[in-house]
Design a protein around this ligand. Sequence first.
Ligand code: BGC
Length: 530
Amino acid sequence: MARFSCIFALCCLLTASASNIRIKSLSAARSFPANFGFGASTASYQIEGAWDVDGKGISIWDYLVRTDPNHIADNSNGDIAANSYYNYKRDIEMLKELGATHYRFSISWPRILPLGRSNYVNQRGIDHYNAFIDELIANDIVPFATMYHWDLPQTLSELGGWTNEEIVDWFGDYARILYQNFGDRVKHWLTINEPYIHCNFGYGYGRHAPLIQSPGEGYYECGRHILLANARAYRIYNEDFRNTQNGQVGIVLSSDWAYPASDSADDIQAAEDYLAFHLRLYMDPIFSAQGNYPQTVIDRVQAASTAQGLTASRLRPFTQEQIEYIRGTSDFLALNTYSSKIVYRNSSLTGTFVVPSHNDDAFLDTYMDDSWPASESPWLREHAPGFYNLLVYIKDTYNNPTVYITENGFSSTPGLHDDGRVNYYRNYLSALLDALAEGCDVRGYFAWSLMDNFEWAMGYTQRFGLYQVDMEDPQRTRTPRKSALVYKEIISSRVIDYDYNPDPYDTDGAFTVSASIIMTLGVAVINMVL
Ligand code: BGC
């Protein structure tokens, strides 16, 4: 550990020019601009439940939890989850309690198109989201709608899912239906959530649906088609909807910040390659002046493919026409970021990766500093300076794009006293103030998550909610955690008060008692009397 601390201290001293690394102390309390948006995020499969009602089709997650239930840590599933399909008015009430101005949710593709393709539209699915969006608008909450957060219709997965180029058409047709039905009220569209995570876990290492194991081929094909599908959805909006609907369309990308483990040339290059393989692989084609994949990724995959005796790179090159088609197809960057990594590359990695795989192509490995506060998720430790570094890197590398932080959060065990999450939000929001002071064009922040939900392969073992959800209770009662009270205070005061220490068990004055809690208590009393 002592050795590690020295290395970490050393890496903090590296100059920006050598490695794009910056370290800055967290700011004292300054204030968020009055027009800065604050909200929270969720995703359809993680909260909605109602997996087979009102004409909904089967998604790849519905299929996975039925065919391979042991794949989920606690053998659970999203059949009911937080039951938000029925509890959505309470969800919106929670946003009001927080004082949130924005909500990021996702639309379930198979609820709208049960067969995946646009030749059969489920009107009851449309009706559900119409009622939900109307309720948001009636409560002055700005909807940020994700079109795709990993719940692909199973029918399309049977045809190859994101590895089949036809999905560019399927997704475009789906996006058109969303614009037609909801675009009068939804002015911020998020096309596809996190290509790196979806392709890595879904099509690379088989940890998420659809459990494909193809880390050297399927992973790259998935990413390629996501970039093309995002472009298709963006261009359909431009051609047929932008003039009348005046909204914006953007993609959701994810990355942690990367520090080199030492000042060796290999480690510095490895940290840069980490960003190239995680963030720039998706960001450069859309946000860079020249478009296309980063040259460093093209070169590494080509070299590895050649060494493997292949006559063409596993990262299929885009045509010049495709490069132009993809370039510029995001009005803003929706950024999901949680943690930081320390990156190294040396001979100890030889033989540690599946061959072929994108991890072998990148040929680097990561760890985190033990001193960074740990969450319930092994990949997530709190390190707010990395958030600042990432935002400044994006500003400098991509000519200061408009950014919304669409996910940021910390996992805990159940319980209302979530001081780890409180510290995380305070420190990350403080780092965000530093980034704003540095000129980063960040317009809004969405905490992940509004409430506890189905954490994919980890089931309900890792909780991310500002609100605790009682997963044993048929009502799926929601209760604000300490972090919810702290977030509410930050939203209303616009400053971060490290001394504010609310008691989540004493919410008098913090939140009004909600109608659904009154209902639940009322039913309990009636049951006792009877
Ligand atoms: C995903 C969320 C997930 C969160 C925490 C993000 O990568 O978009 O769906 O719950 O990370 O793991």
